[in-house]
Design a protein around this ligand. Structure first.
Ligand SMILES: *Cc1c(COP(=O)(O)O)cnc(C)c1O
Length: 401
């Protein structure tokens, strides 16, 4: 924890520890086959952690092939921030962005014939303008998600052949995505893997070509499916030190949560027995109590589902949330923490002394998903990036307009 003195960060701020990001990557890398490279999945602004600062941190690592994002804008943002490594868009990319993406050498997932045609035509148009354009693509194969991708059969093979034959298009990669690699029972994931492997073999046998970058593993696969390493793996949630699910083994790769969320007590008072707290009066004091007000709420992405159930840490101790979490404030019980005073730091996510609150715990209590909680951390929360116990930079989204 780095103590941040800035007054405009006292309301709430997220500290993102870049050393944790680095060690999570190193620990995953150590669990991979020699030669398997890594893609840092930094979609949704790096799962709420901040795509650009993380990208800068990961770009230094030679085993990081590049980055993956979900949209054209996310990809272009990385380029505008000066990141040089390959960027792959994992989802469908709409044609309006092809020209900018090709100019920036951004890779797209392909699985529709019209995409191939439009990419080729966009390159041809760029060439007429004197730009040496080529569209690098990764064919997406659907082996069990039923989301996007071509089927791993004759029809899919025809698509791959067509991609090979399309002028100005270079098939750099081919990938699939596991639907159930985060379950204890790996049979569904293994079925997907073998469908993908058979398809790769079919492509090789029938076209005589081998696609350079074959990839299928997500975080769960990186931890528990060594047979699925291939040329490159896609690390998402584990990069942030969060777990794909409670079923994934915790003893194979050691992970450290990178993000902590802090606020400060703005008001302390005593209330009498019978006093209700917050909207709806869902909590009534049974006896005289000392309560504190925290100036953050669901408007910051702090889940309302924690109402009456969650807790925060004050002076290394748990302080339960009283009544409903409001949009911008909530109340906690500090009756048993007499040293708590106005201005004290409060840990919403992270470690304080012997106690810690993880994104997984918040998900469990609020009935939400840890991935979702991270992505939902709002733009009102400034991010503070630390490395070696020092503040490297800060990011205030609230100055955007
Ligand atoms: C989001 C995503 C990932 C990363 O998944 P994690 O479970 O966060 O590791 C990998 N591949 C694809 C296609 C994705 O959409």
């Amino acid at each position: 924890m780095v103590d941040i003195m800035r007054e405009d960060y006292q309301r709430v701020y997220a500290e993102v520890n870049l050393d944790a990001i680095r060690s999570n990557m190193e620990n995953m890398k150590a669990n991979l086959a020699q030669g398997t490279k890594m893609i840092g999945v930094i979609k949704t602004d790096g799962y709420g952690h901040g795509a650009v600062p993380l990208g800068k941190e990961l770009e230094m690592l030679d085993y990081v092939w590049g980055f993956a994002v979900a949209t054209a804008e996310e990809a272009l943002l990385l380029r505008h921030a000066g990141l040089k490594k390959p960027v792959l868009i994992l989802g469908y990319t709409f044609p309006y962005s092809y020209e900018s993406l090709i100019r920036e050498d951004i890779r797209m997932a392909v699985f529709r014939y019209d995409t191939l045609k439009e990419l080729s035509e966009t390159c041809a148009a760029l060439k007429r303008k004197g730009v040496n354009a080529k569209a690098k693509v990764h064919v997406k194969v659907d082996t069990g998600m039923s989301r996007i991708g071509v089927t791993p059969d004759e029809k899919g093979l025809a698509f791959v052949q067509s991609a090979f034959d399309t002028e100005n298009v270079e098939v750099e990669g081919i990938f699939t995505h596991f639907a159930r690699a985060d379950e204890t029972d790996k049979s569904a994931a293994k079925k997907q893997l073998s469908a993908f492997e058979s398809f790769l073999q079919l492509i090789k046998d029938r076209t005589g070509k081998e696609i350079p970058l074959k990839h299928c593993s997500n975080s769960a696969g990186i931890i528990e499916l060594p047979e699925a390493n291939m040329d490159v793996v896609r690390a998402g949630i584990t990069l942030y030190g969060l777990w794909p699910s409670e079923q994934v083994r915790k003893d194979i790769v050691s992970l450290t949560p990178a993000l902590s969320l802090y606020s400060h007590i703005v008001y302390i008072k005593e209330i009498e027995a019978g006093t209700q707290v917050s909207y709806g009066g869902t909590f009534t004091a049974a006896s005289r109590m000392r309560i504190a007000t925290i100036p953050a709420g669901y408007g910051d992405g702090y889940p309302r589902g924690l109402s009456g159930k969650g807790y925060v840490l004050v002076h290394g101790r748990r302080a339960p949330i009283l009544g409903r979490v409001c949009m911008d404030q909530f109340m906690i019980d500090v009756t048993n923490i007499p040293e708590a005073v106005q201005g004290d730091r409060v840990t919403l996510i992270g470690q304080d002394g012997q106690e810690k609150i993880t994104m997984e715990m918040l998900g469990e209590i609020s009935g939400r998903f840890n991935y979702e909680l991270a992505c939902d951390l709002g733009k009102r929360i400034p991010r503070v990036y630390t490395k070696g116990g020092k503040i490297l930079y800060t990011k205030d989204y609230y100055q955007d307009f």
